[in-house]
Design a protein around this ligand. Structure first.
Ligand code: ZN
Length: 572
């Protein structure tokens, strides 16, 4: 038994996430957490919503709501959908929590005292009408390159040219439309990441077991061009964690907040404090997961994220933690993912393209999605969701292989022996071979799960299901029943015993179906088969069971075509 801390990249607050987001962080993290719990480890799995930054302000304005109210509603919505997908967070926190405010400000002070934050004077656009400095994307004007009249201060949407606000012709505030703008001197805080380059490189170099996808991205940011750059960590926004606060060792940051990418990863820690508060526990309860001086020395910490998030988790956040000089737990393993594409293009939140979590649960139960997404996780390269592939995978793996096995075995037993496990007969060579085959495949499955090789784990699990079908086909109890009913009873008892085993092994992938299977076999508390031969004889003669409802319905061509058409455009 070991202690495992798991976090998945925290989803941004502005609306419902699509399936590409889900498979790139939360879903594989949930799989791993469920597996480790099933193996008897002490597991803490945290996720949260990432709530600060300009996009949240803009989305709230578009929805006509105060940003705090908007974020509270969206957090509740995301939490509900996470529960719908059976994501087993120990706590689903919020980066806007008081705990994250306090911790972010605390860490900034520590970094400043260590000489790793400097105050930099900059010239920036100020709007007198709005009485605030304007972030680049809050300034609009005419593009000097193409003449588009609604170009933003950071980029022209029409010709894609990168811009500075001072490039714009006839600049105006995107908030009020006012043209009464001027350039003013202002101050910002910069995190001096460049000073930590050698320390970060040594740390990355020590991670010889990390996936190349993770370390190659980190090294690119460390060394490409002029190397790791210092980074502005304050912004001119109302919504966020104030950069000027009682006890701040700097001045002139009034009206500024920390940049969302500074405070978001700190929420991984603050979320633990939120969890403790929600559980009515004291600080020691969460610090034993995060402070190596307070019990976290034996914790193994694994992070899950899409590849676009890797630089922030391999460099920026470790710079914050290492730079603080405090004994916070550093990540031990980063599992990163490529992108999942959608039917010949990309999933896109801004364009509403693809299948989103709410729509997905409207049309099918979570297990169907979990199985397809995990068994096609974008590990080696980008993966693609197509409705044809989804249909084939669900129908073959879930309905034909697993669902059909459970249905045939329980229904045959009901018809010939009744609703209790039949006694009689003695297992022979074929049963011994089945046991050996399952033992081998189980070791393979466990190895892939330990290594977080998700596609391989799914394939190994499927192979264990297939072994049961092949046994049933070979043993043919429907034939032996006519000549030797005792032999048929032994065969069906063997097959019935595979059902709770399959349920336990499959639960990390398809928890609802697993619970249904365990319920039908009257062993809801069945644990991991550490001793396989005991597990394969769990159901004894006379034990009662029920025939479960159909575990998985097949996806018909009509359904597939209907969904294909329904999700071909963009959501409103
Ligand atoms: Zn342009």
């Amino acid at each position: 038994m070991a202690r495992h801390l798991i976090t998945s990249a925290i989803p941004y607050i502005n609306g419902v996430k699509h399936l590409g987001n889900l498979v790139g962080s939360q879903l594989p993290a949930d799989l791993y957490a469920r597996y480790l719990r099933a193996r008897g480890n002490e597991v803490m799995y945290f996720c949260a919503t990432d709530e600060h930054g300009t996009p949240a302000e803009l989305a709230a304005a578009k929805a006509g709501k105060p940003v705090a109210e908007y974020c509270a509603e969206m957090h509740a919505l995301q939490e509900r959908l996470s529960a719908g997908f059976r994501l087993s967070f120990d706590h689903f926190g919020r980066s806007s929590s008081p705990q994250n405010h306090a911790l972010t400000q605390h860490l900034a002070v520590r970094l400043f005292e260590a000489g790793l934050i400097e105050v930099v004077s900059e010239r920036q656009v100020y709007s007198k009408a709005d009485r605030r400095f304007l972030p680049d994307r809050y300034i609009e004007g005419t593009c000097p390159n193409c003449g588009y009249e609604r170009a933003r201060g950071d980029q022209c949407e029409n010709c894609t040219k990168q811009l500075d606000p001072t490039d714009l012709i006839d600049p105006r505030s995107a908030i009020s439309g006012s043209t009464d703008l001027e350039i003013r001197e202002t101050k910002h805080l910069y995190l001096r990441q460049s000073l930590m380059r050698d320390q970060l490189r040594a740390w990355i170099d020590s991670k010889t077991d990390w996936p190349v996808l993770t370390t190659s991205i980190a090294r690119k940011w460390l060394d490409d061009g002029e190397g790791l750059q210092d980074r502005g960590i304050t912004r001119d926004l109302d919504w966020g964690i104030p950069a000027q606060f009682p006890g701040a060792p700097w001045s002139g940051m009034e009206g500024k907040v920390f940049y969302v990418w500074f405070d978001a990863p700190i929420e991984y820690i603050a979320c633990a404090a939120e969890w403790a508060e929600a559980q009515g526990l004291d600080a020691a309860a969460w610090q034993r997961w995060w402070r190596t001086d307070k019990g976290a020395g034996d914790v193994r910490y694994t992070q899950f994220m899409g590849k676009d998030n890797v630089p922030f988790h391999t460099l920026s956040f470790p710079a914050t933690i290492l730079g603080s000089g405090e004994p916070w737990k550093l990540v031990d393993y980063i599992k990163s993912f490529n992108y999942l594409n959608y039917d010949g293009g990309q999933f896109s939140t801004s364009q509403g393209r693809g299948v989103f979590m709410d729509d997905a649960l409207d049309i099918l139960p979570a297990d169907y999605w979990r199985w397809w997404l995990l068994s096609h996780a974008p590990e080696g390269g980008d993966a693609e969701f197509t409705w044809e592939n989804f249909q084939v995978s669900v129908n073959k793996d879930l309905a034909d292989v697993l669902g059909n096995f459970v249905s045939r075995v329980t229904k045959f037993c009901r018809a010939k022996f009744g609703l209790s496990v039949p006694g009689g007969g003695t297992p022979g060579a074929r049963e011994a071979a089945l046991g050996k085959e399952i033992a081998d495949k189980l070791r393979l499955y466990e190895g892939h799960m330990e290594a977080i090789e998700i596609r391989k784990a799914a394939a190994a699990l499927r192979a264990i299901w297939v072994a049961g079908n092949e046994y049933l086909q070979d043993a043919a109890p429907w034939a032996s029943f006519k000549e030797d009913p005792d032999r048929a009873a032994m065969q069906i008892r063997t097959a019935l015993n595979l059902i709770p085993l399959y349920a336990v092994l499959s639960a990390p992938f398809i928890p609802d179906a697993a619970a249904t299977m365990l319920g039908a076999m009257n062993c809801p508390g069945a644990g991991w088969p550490d001793d396989l031969s005991t597990a394969l004889a769990r159901l004894r003669p006379g034990d009662g069971f029920t025939v479960p409802e159909m575990l998985f319905a097949k996806i018909t061509d009509e359904m597939r075509e209907d969904w294909q058409a329904r999700f071909s455009g963009t959501r409103g």
